[in-house]
Write a protein that binds this ligand. Sequence first.
Ligand code: ZN
Length: 307
Amino acid sequence: MIARLHPNHRKIQELKKHLYQISAGYSGECNVDPYIERTHFPQLTKIFTNVHLCISPNFTFEVDTLIISEKYVLIVEVKNLKETVRFIPNPPHLKQELETGDEAVFNCPVYQIETNKSNLNEWLRQRGITLKTQGILVLANPNTVVKDVPPDFPIVYKKQITYYLQNLRSTGVVLSATQIYDITQQIQNDQKKFSPFPLCSYYNIDVNDLRTGLLCRYCNKHLRRNNRETWYCEYCSKDALDPFNDGIKDWLKLVKNSITNEECRGFLELKNPNAARYALSKSSLVKKGKSTATFYISGNRRAITDK
Ligand SMILES: [Zn+2]
């Protein structure tokens, strides 16, 4: 999106701020995910990152990482904190103490996890499942010193999460295979409501503000044509391997989930319908409709032709 906007567009700052949240969950950004993936989980375990769940039309909550297995439902909250942090119980908050003597106050992560646990318990209860979810705080920075830790609340460094998960005690089976399947479906349904795509409508950006043409994927400048098949960037001195496909993918993420020949021609600045037809046929999109009503959507070609 940022590549397709002029650098001084009014939305650039907001977009840059949100970029991380969209592309990778916070736990991924802090490099905690590889330690979770290393764990030998029970067979039916599902792991979700950056989950938004809806308790009522006006109330949603967010979980960094949610692990659902037959034996437990666990919320993993990741914090990247510097130097020394101290838990202050009343009112609950976290005080960061830097060597420079500077102090900063943060929301108490334990309080945050406890709130999310009760939200998740309620979300499950609304779906006919009564169980107590668990929570753990993971410190992404191995040098963080923690003081006055609340008793009975699990806090580990990211390297210890694998061991913790493998030894997590449970009171037996809390969810059946069917329940895990149903919960998975419902979580995925709730995510659709929070999908930021297409980004133009999510961020309220006029489609006409987008830069058209074929852009370099490294520096976002316009590509130059070498010959019929190849394009290159004169700033990076790099060949563009598949600039048409990159451009079409941009359109699908930014504008809408389908594209017509005319839209493709305009967005990629192609000279005629044949050039657009060629670009679209080389993409992995599926053709729908006939003659002037033809449009293309992403999907599985095989599944469509099988019908
Ligand atoms: Zn370039």
